[in-house]
Ligand binder design. Structure first.
Ligand SMILES: Nc1nc2c(ncn2[C@@H]2O[C@H](COP(=O)(O)OP(=O)(O)OP(=O)(O)O)[C@@H](O)[C@H]2O)c(=O)[nH]1
Ligand SMILES: [Mg+2]
Length: 350
């Protein structure tokens, strides 16, 4: 079972800038004093927890992070500018582990939480710093302190945003393999999938986690087939995609079987938003497919989408609909409070 998203990344905070050796040069002043400024600090590396990310997929493409070096000090007592800090955004729930992949360094759980992880090196002193009553013209300066380097692991427990349900052989794993990079086992017999698979859907600019679970059969709630023990994995999803194999004789009965199991299972699964798709349309003539779609839609009085994982017919529309439900669910999660009655009152009258 792969429910963890992991990424190894390499970090380096900025080296401090070097101090400067310089002496004042002025007309009519013979020997100006030292005026070499200090170097700037190297950039820090921060981690920040953000709500709008929910996978570590971006870290597959970028693994090296380096904060800026501090600028060197300059004459006329000018200090070097500090190197720019670098803030790495990670999803809520990310655990930061040491290179050994075991020691937990940080657990990032609160949206907005920002933690200084690697300090940038301090800047070195310029020669002005070393001026004393005994040494009025020091030539001493210090280089900047090095930044810190570290390799770490990020680990995120993936929580599925959407789940695919259906009878065995409905094409659930095929659908997952078509819309994500997941490579689940696919075969022409029931119970090919024995444990859930997860994939990350990147559709348009959106990103969400889709779960494919083993097929359910009639009586699953009584332990038939693989039972309902995997339904727990879709309990927290925002939406279910219910796939029905269009090549089967009685698609209405197939639909109802699954609905019956969802109801028997409880946990609010039967009340979850459901997108219904008659799958494998490519295996039927367009007329046959449309006829089945209409009959099913009429019988259950719900919208039924005609799709094919294999030929990609209708898959984008289904993904769009799934995304819409996820957005709705996330908005609800963010605003659980009842709004106050004078919320819209505008305070800033001139
Ligand atoms: N023609 C056609 N065949 C499909 C389509 N999707 C899946 N299949 C076939 O249907 C069979 C079952 O597909 P799977 O994706 O393994 O089905 P599943 O729902 O994951 O099955 P279980 O894991 O056993 O519950 C395989 O032989 C697939 O090649 C489709 O869109 N069109
Ligand atoms: Mg499967």
């Amino acid at each position: 079972m792969k429910f963890l998203d992991e990424a190894k990344i390499y970090l380096e905070s900025g080296t401090g800038g070097a101090g400067c050796v310089s002496f004042r040069r002025e007309k009519f002043v013979d020997m100006g004093g030292p005026d070499g400024g200090n170097g700037g600090r190297g950039g820090h590396i921060f981690f920040e927890c953000v709500q709008n990310l929910n996978t570590l997929i971006d870290f597959r493409y970028t693994q090296h992070f380096r904060a800026e070096t501090g600028n060197h000090g300059m004459g006329e007592d000018r200090f070097g500018r500090d190197g720019k800090d670098l803030t790495i955004k990670i999803p809520v729930g990310t655990v930061i582990l040491d290179e050994d992949k075991e020691t937990v360094l940080l657990d990032m759980v609160t949206p907005g939480q920002k933690v200084l992880f690697l300090k940038g090196g301090d800047g070195g002193f310029g020669n002005a710093h070393f001026k004393s009553s005994t040494n009025r013209a020091p030539r001493k300066f210090l280089p900047g302190w090095p930044g810190q380097q570290r390799a770490i692991w990020l680990r995120l427990k993936l929580i599925a945003d959407a789940g695919i349900i259906g009878l065995p052989n409905a094409g659930k794993s095929t659908f997952l393999s078509v819309v994500t990079r997941a490579k689940p086992k696919i075969a022409d017999y029931p119970f090919t999938t024995l444990s859930p698979n997860l994939g990350v859907v990147k559709s348009r600019d959106n990103e969400f986690v889709l779960a494919d679970i083993p097929g359910l059969i009639e009586g699953a709630h009584e332990g038939h087939g693989l039972g309902t023990r995997f339904l727990g994995h879709v309990e927290r999803t925002a939406v279910l995609l219910h796939l029905i194999d269009a090549t089967q004789e009685d698609v209405i009965k197939d639909y109802k079987t699954i609905r019956g199991e969802l109801k028997a299972y409880g946990a609010g699964l039967a009340k979850k938003p459901e997108i219904i798709a008659l799958n494998k349309s490519d295996a039927l003539t367009p007329e046959e497919a449309e006829e089945k779609q209409k009959a099913l839609s009429k019988a259950i009085r719900k919208k039924v989408h005609l799709i094919s994982g294999v030929s990609h017919q209708g898959t984008d529309q289904v993904l769009d609909l799934i995304w819409k439900e996820i957005v709705k669910a996330r908005a609800k999660e963010e605003k659980p409070e009842v709004s106050s009655p004078n919320e819209t009152d505008d305070d800033d009258e001139d």
